[in-house]
Structures are given as C-alpha cells and as structure tokens.
Design a binder for this molecule. Sequence first.
Ligand code: C2E
Ligand code: CA
Ligand code: CA
Length: 696
Amino acid sequence: MTRYSRTIPDGKAGCTRLADRQQEMMFRMKMFHTPTPQTGVQAPAAQLSLQQLIRADQLAALRQTVLLSIPVNMVLGAICTFVAWRAGHLAIALLWLACSGMVNLLRILACRLPVQRVAALVQRIAAPGAGVIDLNLRVHWMLALCSGLVWAGVALLCAGYTAPGTLFYLTCVCGITAGAVTHGFAYARIPIAFITPPLLAIIASLVLVEPDTTRVALAAAVLLYLGALIRGSKVSEGLVSHASALKNEATTASQALEVAHRDLHQFAERMRYQAEHDLLTGLLGRAGFMAAAQAMAARREEVLCMMFLDLDGFKVINDAYGHDAGDQVLVEVARRLQGCLPAGATLARLGGDEFVILYALDAQAELPELLARRLIEVVRQPFARLAHRHIGLSLGITLSDRDDIDEMLVCSDAAMYQAKRRGRNQFCVFNETLNAHLQMKRDVERDLAGALARRELAVWFQPIVQHDGQTLDGFEALLRWQHGKHGAIAAPDLIEIAALAGLSEELLRFILEEVAGMIAFLQSSGRSDLRISMNISPREMERLVVDELVVSMLKAHRLPARMLEIEITEETALDLQAATQTLVALALQGVRIAIDDFGVGYSSLGFLRQMQVSRVKIDRSFVTGLADQTENQALVSAVLQLAGSFGFQVVAEGVESAEDLQTLQAMHCHAMQGYYFAPPMPAAQARARIEALAQA
Ligand code: C2E
Ligand code: CA
Ligand code: CA
C-alpha cells in the first residue's frame, strides 16, 4: 500500500515518474476488476473505470489528509479536556477524551492499513457488496461521523455552551470544523459527516439552553456557517473530481498511446525480420544476407570466401514427393549446412534451392576446397522423407579482397553453373576462364539490343534427313551471332543473356520472322512437305505467351502451321504446368511439337502423348559414336520401339559418321541430323540447297 500512497496526486504530481503512474494504474485496474461478492460479476470496466479511478484518487487524497488532521484534532481535544478540568469537569472531560482518542486511533488505522485489509475487515462485519474503494470510503465516512459525534459532546463540557469557557469551546469547535473542510477537500461526505454533529449541537444548545436574542442570532450564524461549509466541501470535491477525471483520462490516453506505440514497434520488428529472413528455414534471406555481408566486408581485412550452393535434382524431388516434402528437405539441408559452418560464417537462403555462405579466410579458417567437400558430404546423406533418393550439391566458390558483395555473388554463381555442368556433387572455384566468360556475357548483354535493332543476329538452318540419309525432311533453325569482340556467341548464352536484358520477346520475334521467311520460301519452292523446327527454351516458355506469338506470326504470313515444329527440352515439358497448355494450344493449331535432347531428362513417353508431342529428338550424347557403344545402342533401340508403340517419330541428333548412320538405319530410325549430313548453314545457303535439289 505504501506504493499506492506514494503515488497519490498531490502538488508534486507533475513530477511523478511515468513508471510510477503505470504501477498506480495497474494497481487500480486490479482493484476494479475484483468481482463483487454478491453477484460474482465484474464491474463493467468500460463504463465505470473513470468513475472508479476518480474514487481511487479521492480515497488516496483522503487517507493522506485525514492523517494530517488527526494531530490537530488530538491537540485541540487535549486542550478542551484541560479547560474542562480547570472548570471542574474532570471526569466527563476524561471520558470525552477517551472517546475522542479511540475514534482517532481507528481513523489512523483506517488510513494506515492496506485498502484490501480494511475492505476485508468491513466485509466480515457487514457484507455490503461494494468494491474495495467504496468500502474504504464508507469506513472513513462512518469514522468521521463518530468523530463529529464526539465533538458534538463538547456541549456537555460547557453545560450547553453556557459555561464561562463557552467562547473558547465555540472557537475550538468552529476552528476544527473549518479545518476539517479544508482537509477534506477531496470527498465532501467526510467533512460533512464530521462537522454536522458538533455544529448542530452548538445550534441546539444556543436555541434550547437559556435562549436569548444574542444566542439565537449566534445559532442562526452557526447554521449559516454550517451551510457554507457544506457547500464549500461539495464545491471542492467537484473540483477535485474534475481534476482527477482529466488526469485519469490523460493517463489512460497516454497508456493507450504507449500500447499502440509498442504494438507498432513490435510490428515493425516483425516486418524487419520477415524482410531479412527466409521464413521457411529461419536463415537470412537475400536482403538480410546483403546487409550482413556488407557489414562483414566493411569490418574485415582478410580475403573473403563466398560459396554459392545449389541443390542437384531438387526440382524432381518437389515433383515426385510434393512441395511439403520439398520444404522439409530444404529445412533439413539448412540445418545440415549450419552444422558445418566455420566460425563467424554467414549462411543465407537466396531462394528456391540456392544457399550462400560467406566467411573470412583468416589464418585459422578451413580451406574452401575442404569445406566444399564437407558440405557436399553432409547434403549427400540420406533424407528421412526421401526413401532412396539422394540430393546433390553444386558449389561455386569465389575469393575476393574487395568488399563488392554483388560482384562476389555474380562470380560464385557463374562458378556454381560451371560446377553443375560437370555433373552432380561438384564444386568449382571462380577462375580466369569463367571471368572471361562473365565479361563476355556482360558485353553481350550491353550490345544485344543494338545488334537486334541492326539485325546483326542471324538464324542458321541445319538439315534433318529421313531414314535413307538423303531425303530432306526439314531444317532446324539455330540462332547465331558474331560479336565484334568475343566472336561467335553460343546460342544458349544468347538466350540466357536476352532474358537477363529483358529482350527475350524481341529475340523470339526476330527468330520467328526468320523462320517465317524460310517457311514462305519452302512453300513458294513447292516444298510444303518440309518442316522448319525452332527451339523454345524453358525460360521463354515460362515468361512469354509463346502460342500467341507463334500463331500470330503464322497468320501474318499466311503460313500453314504444319510446316512449323517447336522443339522444347524435356525439362520444359516436365516442369511447367503452363507449358502443357501452350503446347496443346499450338498443337490444336496444327503446329508440331518435338521433345528435344530426349534421354537426359525424366519424362515418360506416356506423359508426352498427353502433351500432343509428335517427335522426340534423341540427345546427341547418345548418338555420336553410337556404332561403338552397345549401351547407347540398347537405349536408342528401346526409345525407338517405345516411340513406335506410342506413334511418335524419332530423330537422332549428332550423327557424325557413316558408321553411326548405318547403325541408326539398322534400327529403323525415322530421321537424323548431324555434321555427317550437313552443319548448320546460313539461310541463303539452305535456300540454295533447296533450289539445287529442285533442279536435280
Ligand atoms: P539443340 O537444340 O540440341 O541444337 C543442336 C545443337 O547441336 C546445335 O548447336 C547444332 O549446331 C549442334 N549439332 C548439330 N549436329 C551436330 C553434330 O553432328 N555434332 C555436334 N557435336 N553438334 C551438332 P548450337 O546451334 O550451338 O545450339 C546449341 C543449343 O542452343 C541448341 O541445342 C538449342 O538448345 C539452343 N538454341 C539454338 N538456337 C536456338 C534458338 O533459336 N532458340 C532457343 N531457344 N534455343 C536455341
Ligand atoms: Ca533443338
Ligand atoms: Ca538437341
């Protein structure tokens, strides 16, 4: 309770610390939510809380001011007793003093005991069902009345205000009543209960005992005085209540503001965490990694080592076991990687199945090659969710003493791709060759838009021949560009760079135009039986509305759809749900669909039939040198048999020798393509060939 009385509103309220105010508030809140014993129902805090808060303030003020007034009360009581003794009324004076002392003692106790104790004591005597504060106020009020009754007894000490000491007693009683009003400014009932009995006793004495004009006039004056005091008490209580209401409203508002502020702060913290972290694994995300890496680079002087990690075969896991299993694998991978980190290293998930590690290569640090092997090893361990499947890890490593994190990311990413090209579970350290390749990509990215606008790129055509190795079946369109500085740029690089530069659609439109030109030429040369195949990469399939672009090209040039074939890699066919719709839409228009690089992916022939595929092209890694490789022969022959039963044609790519041709012919392969027949050639050369054939 000391805490409570320390925080009562007084002259120093303005300096009361916020923490104290909060404690006070909480204390009060607790009190007001005490269920009333009769009903067991909580006070409707929303409606009553302000009223009750005001009561609490009143009680607090009361408890302090009553304590201040008691000593005055006791001293005056003692003086009255002394005067009565001198006037020969010792016995009654002592009795009166005893009563006064007892009441004062009770009033002190009521102020000193904790409010809960006071309420509990009163409830035990009579359970009025009021709240703690109200019970306390009631106790004070009753004790004030008792004290007032004691002071009414002063009339007995001076024979009804007729004895010679009357003036003294009148002054004393009027003084103490005035003092009671001054002290009891917070809660009017208390001073009123205290002052009414003695002043009424004075009035009664003056009027009833030896009345005369002066005494009656004095009684009237005392009555007026009583009225004025009662009114004064009420006015000051009103003022106190108003001030308390204002204070409590302000406190409540400031608390609400504080709560709102805290919520806002927590929300901002949560948002910041979400922005910086990957919510699946709990690792840093890209933004968080960039911030952490830049801080690390700024603070370190050693060479930094960055490892770019990419899981091998994760897409297949997702497709075969579902995304939930995929997520669990990612979480487990994150956990395993974390267990291998060198001291002070930062690990982040950049998205999908890509992770990155950054650490300082100080004297004690583990060598990157050793760490890479260890990481590959931990990821290679079996996963509970994936019965017999293992996951591989490809790593690209880059070392740098400059603090350019973006550049390190680009370099380690390039090294990771190089590692992927070498197969599963490989790592590659960024080197000069990769650097030159990266430089080439940057130059190409910079120059590609201009080259497209100037139509410096070209589409070459490579013949596809039928089973006999001579009859022309069609051509495959292949992209070419001779860069001023870097020479011939590989077609897959061009496609990738175009995507990076946001030029995919422009490039595809260019290729479509060239292909349309060739189809139109074939048609006008009377070779509508031939077909032009063009490649569409997975990325193009994903990002562009390929079917619309293709169909509008055919319509614009009034070309028959059956003379066009779209080659997509197995990966595209398997990966993209959207690809199925695109392919079906194209097939419905009459465009042929071929599966490229067949054999390196995972697609089943049954699945391909759903997608309206008409041809599969066996990847050249199975075809080149086929005559000497019995394993590949078994595979090619199996594909041929299955394709036959599903009604697909088969094209063997990469035929480089007469022996390969003979082997394929013996297997009854439908069509073939390769340097043995002809390399890709510029459009003009391909046209010349057609013309020569027509003349022959
Ligand atoms: P691809 O679709 O498998 O194309 C066949 C690739 O094999 C071509 O390489 C071709 O020149 C090469 N080739 C043909 N016969 C032989 C042979 O007997 N032996 C060997 N070793 N290679 C042979 P190219 O033109 O460099 O194209 C590489 C890849 O780039 C293509 O593989 C295709 O995936 C992609 N590509 C080419 N042009 C385009 C295009 O216009 N669009 C898209 N999206 N991708 C293209
Ligand atoms: Ca192809
Ligand atoms: Ca191919």
